[in-house]
Design a protein. Structure first.
Length: 397
């Protein structure tokens, strides 16, 4: 594990009118440069089968600034514009590596408003952050301290749909250390009635943050639909809807952080199932509930925290019949419809469906890990086949 971990600390801040205007101009210029570079690269490949790299788009940016039509690009800091080109280069790298879809154009209304500044475009001194092209430091609410002596390498300023301003500082955190090793291992079964079921028999309640705000959200959306397009009242109504969505997202993120931190702190090995959430969302009856459970966010958060703190996350293949396999005798049931929550095996043991699945996941993950093979499907390696898929024949769940 590396000695220091690069970690982003995100804070809310309240800009002055001049700062808000400058940042809004920067967001617009970043979006414009990104879209123009994407269009140029797409046309070069479509018309001439030519690949355009970052250096070529950087030269294009210099030429664009000299034109009368795009002279306003000189009014904002050049660093966020260059970073936008680097982000586009990374998007194409991921596309050609088959890790992402083809890059899409940024929308003025729907895309995230953000700008990234490197160390040459900001000054951080005595706990005050001043960005390029601004004269005053940002009024940041320091909700938690930065690591002692930390100096940000990059600063990302963003504004969400609810109008809130955030600044994210990327620093090296020497306080992130591996937890003491332990023999504890746990299997985790994700669900909807209960957010998580552990192999220990513990169940974590599903808070259903989206359901709790559903009536308020529906009322706000009806009010939004009645407002005239382009009016100030419609913008106010849109902000109200966005604030409800932001509140749901914040609560959901807080829940996932608490759960994942606890799992990583208490267990050396955590075994989960490789769920294809994208395919599960095609089930019209469960789409809203699955989205509210945020299984993908849970897995991503769990994995990066495990890397930070020296833990191991084992991901068992999705075709492993964890629900139909008896954790006591190992016999396999032919069918197990979703409405069956408890069942009795021929050996006489009565199982709770989710607890039994979590125990089977734990056993399968530890067994394959002990053999020296991994059962974690590699997200970054196209075509990677997990060992569990080779050992267990494919069966319908």
């Amino acid at each position: 594990m590396p000695t220091h971990v690069k970690r982003a600390f995100k804070y809310r801040f309240y800009p002055t009118d001049a700062q808000a205007a400058e940042l809004s101009r920067t967001f617009g210029c970043v979006r414009k440069v990104y879209n123009m570079a994407l269009s140029a690269r797409t046309q070069a490949w479509t018309l001439r089968a030519e690949r355009v790299n970052y250096n070529a788009t950087s030269a294009m940016l210099t030429a664009w600034k000299k034109t009368e039509e795009l002279a306003y690009l000189n009014d904002v800091s050049s660093v966020p514009l260059q970073q936008a080109l680097r982000h586009l280069q990374m998007a194409f790298t991921n596309f050609f590596g088959k890790r992402a879809k083809y890059p899409r154009f940024k929308s003025r209304k729907k895309s995230r408003k953000s700008a990234e500044y490197t160390s040459s475009a900001f000054r951080f001194r005595d706990g005050e952050l001043t960005l390029a092209k601004t004269t005053e430091p940002l009024n940041i609410v320091w909700s938690r301290p930065l690591p002692e002596g930390a100096q940000p390498s990059t600063v990302t300023v963003s504004q969400d749909a609810a109008g809130r301003w955030f600044v994210s500082l990327l620093v090296e955190d020497p306080g992130v250390r591996a937890f003491p090793a332990t023999d504890a291992a746990v299997g985790v079964e994700a669900g909807l009635d209960h957010l998580l079921t552990l192999s220990t028999g513990e169940r974590v309640a599903n808070p259903r943050h989206g359901r709790r705000e559903r009536a308020r959200l529906a009322r706000a959306q009806r009010e939004l639909a009645r407002k005239a397009k382009g009016s100030a009242n419609r913008e106010k109504a849109r902000r109200r809807v966005a604030r409800i969505h932001a509140r749901i997202t914040d609560r959901r993120r807080d829940t996932l952080h608490k759960l994942t931190t606890r799992l990583v702190r208490e267990n050396q090995t955590i075994v989960i199932e490789d769920l294809t959430v994208r395919n599960l969302l095609k089930n019209g009856r469960l789409t809203r509930a699955i989205s509210d459970a945020a299984w993908s966010d849970f897995r991503g958060t769990l994995e990066y925290k495990a890397r930070w703190y020296g833990r191991e996350v084992i991901v068992v293949d999705r075709w492993f019949p964890s629900s139909r396999l008896c954790s006591n005798c190992g016999s396999l049931q032919e069918k197990m419809p979703l409405h069956i929550r408890t069942w009795t095996c021929g050996c006489g043991v009565t199982h709770d469906r989710d607890v039994n699945a979590a125990r089977n996941l734990r056993a399968a993950g530890l067994a394959v890990s002990a053999c020296g093979a991994g059962v974690r499907p590699q997200r970054s390696t196209p075509g990677g086949q997990p060992a569990m898929k080779q050992e267990t024949p494919r069966r319908e769940p």
